[in-house]
Design a protein around this ligand. Structure first.
Ligand SMILES: Cc1cc2nc3c(=O)[nH]c(=O)nc-3n(C[C@H](O)[C@H](O)[C@H](O)COP(=O)(O)OP(=O)(O)OC[C@H]3O[C@@H](n4cnc5c(N)ncnc54)[C@H](O)[C@@H]3O)c2cc1C
Length: 506
């Protein structure tokens, strides 16, 4: 398997495949991690993916729970506050977590090294990708020596970012979702305490929209929308940045503020129409691009990798039919699109409309929680259920647990659901199974959990009008029902698949 791109998406896909014993070569044009300021937030659903990779403690050490989002006026008056649970919620982790993408990538690279079957080759530019019925040929060049090579692969995962060459190779069209704003992104280090509320501050101002947040013990991030006549070169040092930062830093001497990075980005929104062509898949920014207003771009890439890796392993092991790979785009594309639309909506609500927009925001923002549609978009940290597919038995109409994530509940023995399921299929049931059912579930390589009345999993199942559920290795509910026997007919046989436990040596 060849993975093009060693960003967070490629590293996650490589680790998940390596855990299942599959060899992969990750190729990246750069020797080291991309040095510009990028992601700073991920949610509790994505934290579960990091834990499955085996880096829960490492991520906890470099991240910072965030208390939510405040909309503020240019004069720093709070218009509205959307709280996030900074303790362990439904998924077992803080709902919002601040970090620095480079530190996360450092952790992911170090973790991948634990797997002998995975190789990361930096300084390697992929120049062409082509496939026939049996394999994919990846042309690449060593950037230091110029030596050219062609690597043959059974599958190729295009995790090569927004300007993806792999995407170009499958000739899919990219749908422009009509969003373009230029922003200045500034990372500052200081030992001084800014003594601000520990959450994201969004300045709602069409003239100078801005975002501020603390991303580590001594690290802070600001993002400022640029006016048409401005660019990043106008703001390279503390003297020119001071007027922008001063609402938060006025009490701190400028000598105590170290500018770590300054970059200019055009925040855009786009989605590839096709995410797969036979043996080639697109993941992460190669498949979708979102403005970062709700901090979900990197998370979407990790969700892609978590969705695809176990299916690919299952097909290669013979545990799933090849059609299982079609479910990747069916499930992930509507989810990614919904999150891009949510980010666009939040961005537009916070930054557009001129003086009239500001006036409306002052009246409406404090009452946002009263508007049902918007409330779901902004207040709710939960992301949509996955679309119905061969591996999500969601009904066409009505609500169901199918396609949603099973809670990472604390079980009766004190362990969490994810630690017990450990990236395998799980069957959760309110009823005591018969011995033959118990034996069959175990024989298929799945974990059986009997949820007693009063427990979180019991309440969860009954709240979804179900008595039994199959939970996939990525934590998504495949199928629910009232009868265990009927539900279990959909349980794949993963008994022959190899799996290194997260957190243990492979
Ligand atoms: C200012 C800003 C703030 C953001 N904030 C957040 C946030 O808070 N939360 C969040 O979830 N997301 C955020 N994002 C988005 C996040 O940074 C991206 O979604 C994420 O980096 C995408 O990861 P990826 O692995 O898919 O792609 P990338 O990180 O772009 O990695 C792609 C890799 O492919 C390599 N590559 C490309 N072409 C080739 C080639 N031809 N040959 C070899 N290698 C190649 C590149 O060198 C690169 O290493 C933010 C982005 C920006 C710009």
């Amino acid at each position: 398997m060849v993975i093009v791109g060693a960003g967070p998406t490629g590293l996650t896909a490589a680790t998940l495949l390596a855990q299942r014993g599959f060899g992969c070569v990750v190729l990246d044009r750069w020797e080291s991690i991309y040095p510009q300021p990028r992601a700073v937030h991920l949610d509790d659903e994505v934290y579960r993916i990091l834990a499955r990779l085996g880096v829960r403690d490492e991520f906890a050490a470099i991240s910072w729970p965030c208390r939510g989002l405040r909309l503020i006026t240019p004069e720093m008056r709070v218009l509205a506050e959307f709280a996030r649970d900074a303790t362990r919620g439904k998924h077992g982790y803080p709902e919002a977590n601040m970090f620095d993408q480079q530190q996360l990538e450092t952790v992911l690279r170090a973790n991948l090294k634990r797997f002998a079957t995975a190789t990361l080759r930096g300084n390697t530019e992929v120049t062409a990708v082509a496939q026939d019925s049996g394999q994919v040929l990846v042309d690449c060049a060593d950037r230091s020596t110029g030596a050219r090579e062609t690597v043959a692969a059974e599958y190729v995962l295009g995790c090569d970012g927004a300007n993806s060459l792999v995407r170009a190779s499958i000739e899919t069209t990219v749908r422009d979702l009509d969003f373009a704003q230029r922003w200045l992104v500034v990372d500052v280090a200081t030992g001084a305490d800014l003594a601000e509320w520990e959450g994201v501050h969004q300045v709602c101002d069409p003239l100078r929209a801005a975002t501020y947040m603390r991303i580590g013990k001594t690290r802070y991030r600001w993002e400022f929308r640029l006016a048409p006549h401005e660019n990043a070169d106008d703001y390279r040092d503390i003297a020119t940045l001071h007027p922008l930062l001063s609402p938060w830093t006025k009490a701190i001497p400028q000598t105590e503020l170290e500018i770590v990075r300054v970059a200019e980005y055009t925040f855009g929104a786009q989605i590839a129409e096709q995410w797969r062509d036979r043996r080639i898949f697109l993941l992460g920014d190669a498949a979708h691009l979102t403005p970062p207003f709700i901090g979900q771009g990197l998370g979407a890439g990790l969700r892609d990798a978590a969705n695809l890796a176990w299916k690919l392993a299952g097909v290669l092991d013979g545990a799933l039919p090849p059609t299982a790979l079609d479910t990747y785009q069916v499930e992930r594309k509507p989810h990614a699109l919904a999150m891009i639309r949510r980010a666009k909506l939040v961005g537009t609500v916070m930054t557009e409309g001129g003086k009239i927009g500001n006036a409306i925001r002052r009246v409406v923002a404090p009452r946002l929680h009263l508007l049902p549609g918007l409330k779901d978009q902004i207040l709710n940290s939960e992301t949509p259920a996955l679309h119905r597919s061969e591996l999500v038995a969601r009904p066409r109409f009505g609500r169901a647990l199918d396609g949603t994530l099973c809670p990472n509940a604390v079980l009766e023995d004190g362990r969490r659901f994810d630690d017990v399921a450990a990236s395998r299929f799980a069957v959760v049931t309110c009823d005591q199974p018969e011995e033959t059912q118990r034996a069959e579930i175990t024989r298929r390589g799945a974990v059986l959990l009997v949820a007693r009345s009063g427990t979180t999993l019991h309440r969860w199942l009954r709240g979804g009008r179900a008595r039994a559920a199959i939970v996939r290795p990525d934590g998504t509910v495949l199928r629910t029902g009232r009868e265990l026997q009927a539900v279990c007919t959909a349980l794949p046989d993963f008994s022959g698949t190899h799996l290194a436990q997260p957190g243990t040596e492979p």
